[in-house]
Design a protein around this ligand. Structure first.
Ligand code: AMP
Ligand code: ZN
Ligand code: FE
Ligand code: FE
Length: 281
């Protein structure tokens, strides 16, 4: 018996904090039976064209995507956007400013680390990023400088949401981010709802507001979701008529999840089509 083809609507490359370039990501996904793969780098679409080209060679349908940082008062919020085009002009013209905001945030976190007795060099952090700079790049530099033993320790002690050197993300406001994806002709979906750190009622209220603004989907199928969470988000999706999306959030072959790992039950293969239809994208 051969395994059914898999879908994965959340994966990173070296254009942000992923370890693989676009060709290597798509080939790895193909080898794992992924038939539909969205490339969703943080605030960048730089890998999309090459991933689409590799998809044509490897037999993977590559969906152009992005993961936008959203400014929220606590926790963190990421908005996924999916597009028919590799470089939607209305989106591309905003991404450079968002990456500049990431650099400012990194600079502020480096300053905070210095005050905390864990100095690292901003240029060395930036050199680790081929594209959009992010906290994993700072974490790796903290390891290299000997301040922590692992990336995980770096997040626990310094960089995780609310930790000592954490600085909230800049970026668009929630409504603005949804509007940007829609204006660029795309379908917006809320990534990892748990990162908002809201209780059930507050999350539902927030997602309902975003749905009224044009949010089309919410991540339900993620490998780390326990059944209770998954069912909560699935029920919210049904109630608000959002498409249940999901993905592996793959970053690194050495990490816990591989492309195509979307938990159980896995992400349905046609989720992307239902999502694009729902958004009129
Ligand atoms: P940033 O976009 O700079 O806020 O960084 C977000 C990225 O950091 C996520 O995509 C994860 O790859 C990583 N990350 C966030 N929180 C943690 C954590 N607690 N432990 C390990 N990695 C994390
Ligand atoms: Zn990431
Ligand atoms: Fe994310
Ligand atoms: Fe991600």
């Amino acid at each position: 018996m051969t395994d059914p083809p898999r879908a994965d609507l959340h994966a990173h490359t070296t254009a942000s904090d992923g370890a693989l370039g676009p060709e290597a990501l798509v080939r790895l996904a193909a080898s794992r039976g992924v038939a539909v793969l969205a490339v969703t780098d943080h605030d960048s679409v730089e890998s999309v064209e090459r991933a689409v080209a590799e998809g044509a060679r490897s037999g993977v349908r590559v969906v152009p995507g992005v993961e936008l940082s959203v400014r929220v008062p606590h926790g963190s919020m990421h908005l996924l956007g999916y597009f028919a085009q590799a470089r939607p002009p209305a989106l591309v013209e905003r991404l450079e400013a968002l990456r500049a905001g990431r650099l400012r945030r990194a600079e502020r976190m480096v300053a905070a680390l210095c005050d905390l007795g864990a100095p690292i060099d901003l240029d060395a952090v930036v050199a680790r990023a081929a594209g959009a700079v992010g906290r994993p790049h700072l974490a790796d530099e903290l390891v290299a400088a000997g301040h922590v033993a692992s990336r995980q320790e770096a997040f626990e002690r310094y960089l995780g949401d609310g930790a000592a050197a954490w600085v909230p993300a800049e970026g668009l406001g929630p409504d603005e981010a949804v509007a940007l994806v829609r204006a660029a002709g795309g379908a917006p979906a809320l990534a990892h709802p748990a990162s908002l750190r809201l209780d059930r009622a507050a999350l539902a209220a927030t997602v309902q507001r975003l749905a009224a603004r044009g949010l089309a989907g919410i991540e339900v199928h993620r490998p780390e979701h326990l059944p209770e969470r998954r069912d909560e988000y699935a029920a919210l999706a049904r109630r608000l008529r959002l498409v249940a999306t999901g993905g592996s959030d793959f970053h690194d072959p050495r990490g816990p999840n591989a492309p195509g790992d979307t938990g159980r039950p896995p992400l349905p293969l046609d989720a992307i089509d239902r999502l694009m239809d729902a958004a009129g994208a």
